[in-house]
Design a protein around this ligand. Structure first.
Ligand code: UP6
Length: 274
């Protein structure tokens, strides 16, 4: 479905949160997710407010904040309302079902109460997807329609082992839990991966691609980058940039630049129909 416009995908997608995601992208003409990997609440909220107009999603690593508290979440939620963006907590759950349910719902971070989108590795097997879906779709959980999961199907770090059968199983599990799985974090569209479970006719998984940077090809710890054009060309629906934006001399200007390039690449992909 990556040849279709976000607007078209928003109108037909079976998943309410995916619809919202595409609506936000269309309304703001942005497919940028900023990875706000800063370590204080003030920096996070300042960044969210400054960059809010240019992004569709903010991605957090909430556990790297030194001063996390209720004010962090209240602030983030107010800015998400103000600027019309969604919140993605990049927690990368990876444990047995019983444990991830407790990490997702409750605990210190109360992720289920504020993160529209979460992600997990499927290294533990299918049960991790089932467990997270069960929590988000429980009868007494009030945010069900507004919660979704991305499966971490590939990684951008050098020598990543998230390849081959692991990536194929990621597609299988997404197909088994389509009411909760929005799509993937991957470096490309996974439609051609040799999965076991067949695709449904209305399948439209959303692809988020990390490791996007305009001015660097990698870092000293094995991160590997591609450009917005390359990512969107390979099937990314949302490009995720961290240091390329927040560590730029002028983060707002950088966000504008990623927004423009990401959007141009998307318009080219859908045949210039915008
Ligand atoms: N991330 C990756 N690669 C993956 C998965 N996740 O880089 O395969 C996350 C990192 C970081 C962000 O945890 O938050 O995306 C990338 O940041 P950067 O743009 O500053 O490199």
């Amino acid at each position: 479905k990556s040849q279709l416009t976000y607007g078209a995908r928003a109108s037909t997608h079976p998943n309410p949160l995916a619809r919202k995601l595409f609506q936000v992208a269309e309304a703001k003409k942005s497919n940028v997710t900023v990875s706000a990997d800063v370590t204080s609440t003030k920096e996070l909220l300042d960044l969210a407010d400054q960059l809010g107009p240019y992004i569709a999603v903010i991605k957090t690593h909430i556990d790297i904040l030194t001063d996390f508290g209720p004010q962090t979440i209240a602030g983030l939620q107010a800015l998400a309302q103000k600027h019309n963006f969604l919140i993605f907590e990049d927690r990368k759950f990876i444990d047995i079902g019983n444990t991830v349910q407790k990490q997702y719902h409750g605990g210190t971070l109360r992720i289920s109460e504020w993160a529209h989108i979460i992600n997990c590795s499927i290294l533990p097997g299918e049960g991790i997807v089932e467990a997270l879906a069960q929590t988000a779709q429980a009868m007494d959980f009030p945010y069900g329609a507004d919660r979704g999961l991305l499966i971490l199907a590939e990684m951008t770090s050098k020598g990543s082992l998230a390849t081959g059968p692991y990536t194929a199983a990621s597609v299988d599990y997404a197909r088994k839990y389509p009411s909760f799985v929005l799509g993937f974090v991957s470096t490309r569209s996974l439609g051609e991966v040799p999965a076991t479970v067949a695709a449904s006719a209305d399948e439209d998984f959303v692809v988020f691609t990390t490791g996007v940077n305009l001015s660097s090809t990698g870092d000293k710890l094995g991160q590997q980058y591609q450009t917005p054009q390359s990512a969107v060309g390979r099937g990314a629906d949302f490009i995720i940039a961290g240091r390329g934006i927040y560590a730029a001399p002028d983060p707002q200007e950088a966000a504008r630049q990623y927004q423009q390039q990401g959007w141009e690449a998307y318009v080219a992909r859908v045949g210039g129909a915008q």
